[in-house]
Design a protein around this ligand. Sequence first.
Ligand SMILES: [Fe+2]
Length: 531
Amino acid sequence: MGYGKREEPKLFNDEQMRQFIADGYVIFKPNVPDNLHETIRQKLQFMVDEEFNYGNNVLPRVPEMDRILNSPEVRGALISVLGPGYIEHPHRFCHYIPPDATQRTLAQNCHQDSYTPLGRPRQHYPRFARIMYYPQDSPVEIGPTHAIPGTHYHRRLTDKDRQNAIPIAGNAGTVSITHFDIGHAAGINALRQPRHMIKFIYVRAEEPTKPSWDCQYHIWRNPKTYKTPHDLHLIWSHIWDWLCGKKDRYESFRASDPAVCELEDLHHDNLDKQLAAMHSIAATKNADAIPALIHKLNSAEQWTRLAAVYTLGAIGQPAVQPLVEALLDAAAHKDDDPVPQSWNEGAISMEDTAHALAAIGTPSLNALIGLLDNPGEWARINAAFALGEMDSLATQAIPALTRCLDDASHCVVRTATDALGSIRQNSEEFISVLERLLKVGRPEWQMPDRRDWTPYDQVRVNAAMVFTRLGKDATSAEALLLDTLSDPNGHVAAFALEALRRIGTPSAIDGVMEYLMTRRWDESIEKGRLF
Ligand SMILES: [Fe+2]
């Protein structure tokens, strides 16, 4: 198959989507010639032996991987999880374990990724996904990546989670798609052979309006088998309904007809009893349980705190004010919590109250818009995040979120920018402010932070991403985006390039071609052969 010709994507079926939602990952194998993987493996090995790890440039260095990423199976998986307009993120990386590497234990390796290079809030709805690919046979002995089922909704990994890591093993060519926030770990390479795993990141451009996979049955059912240790169908069905584009994200849950339990079971020693109690409360919308549910939020026990979020979401309007009060209380005391909750440029977890308010939807809107003016930075950040999680349901928040782009805090600016990119409506109201963010930074944003990036680098990345997500609605920003191709930060330029490609006017495409033609790479050139 040559360039420009693409086979029809192979979309996930319902069972694969159920697995993705419940466990957070699906493993599959693209149908490409077997020798392609060996070609890729050799080039990657040459790269690490003779050159250096090219980081984000690994794809142009080994462009054969494009055949994997554009295979019908990988495109089908990405469309299924992120929608047809998914965006390729400029961050990708070859995770290489050399034969003589000093290795830690599997449990020590377990982690959730941060959103490189500076932080972004973790999300429950699938907006970011990771593709992982092995070019060599990867049995468990070579140390393949392990995944920890169900942890993509966790605020942090527990010791118990670290015992549940499962190898994503397979022959050369095995690919997995994972929710970005899933707990995972490099395995232990007992074979002492070179081991490559290349990861690629993708981003959702638009909220779902209908299922983007081969959906035959619109009501959630638990997968036939799942590896997550508990039945969390309240959460899973909510995410499924969001992916189906339903306004009511509890439709599937109500159809599940959960058993009626006693309220006291909320405090039962048995975790499954607690979950069943919450399912019962969610079905009956029992507002008496609100204080006990709020008490479970942000707690160390990850499965029940997650269930409490979506039980409060199901209760709806009566939970709004108590959740707002709990959010303000947390914002006032955030430094007292042993789990880092505030903005730390690594793994940023929003308050569970923010997720619950987002799950409630429209009845939360006015309260969240009000919180955008709160003097507490953490309260404004969480409110902006929650509004973004509501997508176009939060359209009336656009004027207030646009004002947040002038907030003194770059964390608020970044979160509000992301939220506007998710809401994606009435873009004429905020495009000119985003253009200004791309052009003019503030003196206090110029100090390098994590990985040598400045806050202003990340502000520009987030702004450029919004233009990419807007597609043709960003046409008025074409001239600025053409200028932005010269941005010294490669991520910013990459998103501007993709934004221009999506705008698609002849002048935008001319700019795209000029940029790419300059960067054309002759693969036949090597040390001893310069012509
Ligand atoms: Fe990782």
